[in-house]
Design a protein around this ligand. Structure first.
Ligand code: AMP
Length: 631
């Protein structure tokens, strides 16, 4: 492991020289004068004074050598649509979209909210924003109107880009009514909405506000819009993520640091040479989509596959068919998707020639050993578990096979990635823990290039949320538990806070509780994450009805449970819908009124509820046991 260790050591101990070398992987319009300005900890400014542009690095700079090479390969098994855009075609589209945005007075520093299904126009819109220096904020299309409105009010976009509908499992999901509702409740609605009409569902237009994307695009066909050269620290995008409060945080990303981190990671972690194809099965609404569907592969000069559809339709061989057709070298997916595929007949995999594939990267949630082993045996490729967060934008822990082919251990995302000075610390004492001892994963600041630079519009929240939780030390907390074995391998054990992970998607239990409480018949509720064979975890709610007679019998309970689920769908989105809603008359709390979530979760997972010396009324636990037994 010498090569890896030396590489990592240099990134920390000889930081400036290390990152100066990595920064040469991208184009700079103006060279930076200083590698890092860390005069105001924990705020880090990378590549000070350097001017660059994400769109230039992702598109324009490849025109000379790769104009006719595939850039964006679009495949939808929902609509049957397929289209490959070369770098030259992508350049044309992005320029047209940039001109469209400019025609709506969008400029440098303005926000553009993108609420889109997995269609190529979403990528054009993101890159167009980057081109003109506008800050995009992509909101996952599965979020409901109220969640969208919260994010609109935080980002205050001047334009919102959407489509008539998304599609999932052959069913259309109308987006336009959700957007209309969100705009009617938002306090800072954008003045204009640009809508891509896929012809999937009818919708109504608001005169003077809603603009048709294809009409606008025709008007700007052939336009050329120069890249806006941004100072390295200027924001490129905002991406909202859940925390322990009901209010999502806008993770703010810079421009130069992000471009360098992605360019570097493509070589050193994802082992992809320019021209080789990447297939990331995430969604543009998530950080993996931003970094490894859109920016990372394109900055690298690699074709990237954008897929709309399920992993099992039209049949469970679809991803392997895509791998075969496009000679995919590196694939990036989630443990949940792997568990879904693991349940299918293995013959689907064998029908396709996947010999081009060298790596399957999996991230977003703990990768259990049986799934990792299965994927390794079935595909015969390296399975690379990697651990990171929306906040960091690229992996914190991963084997860095482009640096050294270190052996992997199932169940472990291996070691700290270069640039990250990772510590495992005791949350009570703040001291480093020893071998095989449990601690929280923390990062000694400055955070490396590519990581969040602040919480959008709230520096104070950035510092207090992430850097003030470990006693006596200013460390970035990931809020994840882990251990490290004698060989230096990390094993991630789960969150320290009230955030749960459903199919690789992070959701705050508080957010779900607030959504449940939007139902007028609910007095109080506790939501916990319960282990699930496929999704890793699912939310389960324990609710107290205002009027006990409504839940006096099984039929009443079932009816109210259904209504509660619909309320969560409406307030937050179906990804947050509780798998079960149980009714009790009392929730287990401490004498000071704090909900005993860990005990509820333990009971729901048939484990011991733990230390109950502080419980106000033990009968609350009996009720939880009874509710679970009856379910
Ligand atoms: P998100 O910001 O939505 O990407 O979620 C990040 C969270 O997902 C982390 O804080 C972890 O709790 C979890 N996570 C991500 N990758 C892994 C992994 N490889 N192993 C275990 N947990 C992971």
């Amino acid at each position: 492991m010498e090569a890896y260790q030396e590489f990592h050591r240099r990134s920390i101990e000889d930081r400036d020289a290390f990152w100066r070398d990595e920064a040469a992987l991208i184009d700079w319009q103006t060279p930076f004068s200083e590698v890092l300005d860390y005069s105001r900890p924990p705020f880090a400014k990378w590549f000070v004074g350097g001017r660059t542009n994400l769109c230039h690095n992702a598109v324009d700079r490849h025109l000379q050598s790769r104009a006719a090479q595939a850039a964006l390969i679009y495949v939808s098994t929902e609509t049957g649509q397929r289209h490959t855009y070369t770098y030259a075609e992508l350049h044309d589209e992005v320029n047209a979209w940039a001109a469209m945005l400019k025609s709506q007075a969008v400029g440098r520093g303005d926000r553009v909210l993108i609420y889109m299904p997995m269609i190529a126009e979403a990528v054009f819109a993101m890159l167009a924003c980057a081109r003109i220096g506008a800050i995009h904020s992509v909101v996952f299309g599965g979020f409901a109107a109220a969640s969208l409105a919260t994010r609109i009010d935080d980002a205050k976009p001047s334009v919102l880009i959407t489509a008539d509908a998304g599609m999932r499992a052959g069913k259309t999901i109308a987006y336009k009514p959700l957007v209309d509702e969100a705009l009617s409740i938002a306090r800072h609605p954008p003045k204009k909405v640009i809508l891509v009409d896929r012809g999937l569902v009818p919708f109504t237009r608001t005169e003077g506000r809603d603009l048709d994307a294809s009409t606008l695009r025709e008007q700007h066909r052939g336009a050329r819009v120069p890249c806006e050269w941004l100072e390295s620290s200027e924001p490129s995008y905002i991406l909202f993520t859940s925390g322990t409060t009901g209010q999502p945080k806008g993770v703010q990303r810079d421009t130069g640091g992000y471009a360098v981190a992605l360019a570097s990671s493509m070589r050193r972690i994802f082992c992809l040479a320019p021209g080789e194809t990447m297939f990331t099965t995430s969604d543009i609404g998530w950080v993996v989509g931003h970094s490894y569907i859109v920016y990372g592969p394109l900055i690298n000069g690699s074709p990237t596959i954008m897929y709309e559809g399920l992993p099992i339709q039209p049949d469970p061989g679809i991803w392997w068919k895509i791998v075969e057709e496009h000679k995919v070298k590196t694939m990036f997916s989630s443990p949940t998707a792997s568990r879904v595929l693991k349940k299918q007949d293995v013959s689907y995999m064998k029908r396709h020639d996947v010999s081009s594939l060298s790596y399957l990267f999996l991230a977003g949630e703990p990768l259990d050993e049986p799934t990792a082993r299965w994927a390794n045996e079935a595909l015969g490729v390296a399975i690379v578990d990697n651990y990171w967060q929306t906040e960091t934008g690229w992996p914190i822990l991963a084997a860095q096979l482009g640096v050294e082919d270190t052996p992997r251990k199932f169940g472990s995302p291996s070691f700290p990635v270069y640039g990250y000075d990772v510590k495992l610390v005791d949350t009570l004492t703040g001291k480093d823990v020893g071998t095989d001892e449990k601690g929280v994963i923390a990062i000694e600041p400055p955070l490396p290039p590519g990581c969040m630079t602040t919480v959008w519009g709230n520096d104070e929240r950035f510092v207090s949320t992430y850097f003030e939780t470990i006693p006596g030390r200013q460390l970035y907390s990931t809020f994840d538990w882990a251990t490290r074995d004698a060989d230096g391998y990390y094993f991630v054990l789960g969150r320290t806070d009230d955030v749960i992970n459903v199919a690789g998607h992070r959701i705050g239990t508080r957010e779900i509780e607030e959504a449940v409480q939007a139902h007028p018949a609910i007095a109080e509720v506790g939501v916990v994450g319960v282990r699930d064979e496929i999704k890793g975890q699912v939310p389960v709610a324990f609710a107290v009805a205002k009027d006990a007679s409504r839940v006096a019998d099984g039929a009443g309970k079932a009816a109210l449970a259904r209504e509660v689920m619909q309320t969560v769908d409406r307030e937050l989105g179906a990804i947050a819908r509780p798998a079960q809603v149980h009714f009790v008359t009392l929730l287990p709390k401490t004498r000071s009124g704090k909900l005993l979530r860990r005990s509820i979760q333990a009971l729901a997972e048939s484990r011991d509820p733990g230390d109950l010396t502080t419980i106000e009324d033990p009968s609350a636990l009996t009720q939880i046991r009874e509710a679970l037994a009856k379910a």
